[in-house]
Ligand binder design. Structure first.
Ligand SMILES: CC(C)(COP(=O)(O)OP(=O)(O)OC[C@H]1O[C@@H](n2cnc3c(N)ncnc32)[C@H](O)[C@@H]1OP(=O)(O)O)[C@@H](O)C(=O)NCCC(=O)NCCS
Length: 151
């Protein structure tokens, strides 16, 4: 993937960094495509203890460069449950690399497809990577998408 980043499972010690990467990625990367209040509300939705809960309930993977977490993604079964790149590393392939790695895990596990709910700002990112919308925007403004034929 990009640079010399490595992928590893997230650990409890990563909680505050993961929370911070998520918050800043939303405020800095999603903001231009949505109203400020909407991005702020999305960013504020997850507390530190909510992040701890994600670590317990989801399979969270981080991309790490020289000991620093530069992005993370989470999966549960065949669902992508989150994907975030630290804004200072945006546009360098961190998100694409994490996504490809997580898709690979699902492929190994014999899931035929990946499902996700994309935020409006990330919709194009997923469309360009083989995903298609499966239905209208949800009440929360997300776009249900699927990528089939993983194999
Ligand atoms: C969506 C998100 C994860 C993408 O992460 P990212 O690391 O910036 O994405 P990438 O660098 O992999 O790809 C972004 C663009 O940079 C380009 N790119 C990829 N590698 C690159 C490289 N080495 N150098 C320069 N540009 C590159 C890609 O082509 C891509 O453009 P495209 O989508 O038009 O094809 C990130 O914008 C983010 O965290 N957003 C806020 C949170 C969010 O919306 N998450 C998704 C919730 S569903």
């Amino acid at each position: 993937m990009t640079m010399d980043a490595i992928y590893r499972r997230a650990m409890r010690k990563d909680v505050s960094r993961l929370h911070d990467v998520r918050r800043r990625s939303i405020l800095e990367l999603a903001l231009p495509t949505m109203p400020v209040a909407e991005a702020q509300a999305w960013a504020a939705q997850l507390t530190l203890s909510g992040m701890e809960r994600k670590l317990r309930e989801l399979e969270v993977w981080v991309a790490e460069l020289d000991g620093v977490v530069i992005g993370w993604g989470a999966i549960r079964g065949d669902m992508l449950e989150g994907l975030y790149a630290a804004p200072e590393f945006a546009g360098k392939g961190v998100g694409a690399g994490l996504l490809a790695m997580l898709e690979g895990l699902m492929r190994e596990r014999q899931f035929p497809s990946v499902r996700l709910e994309a935020s409006s700002n990330a919709r194009g990112f997923y469309l360009r990577r083989g995903y298609r919308a499966t239905g209208p925007q949800t009440a929360k403004g997300a776009w249900p998408m699927v990528k089939e034929h993983l194999a």
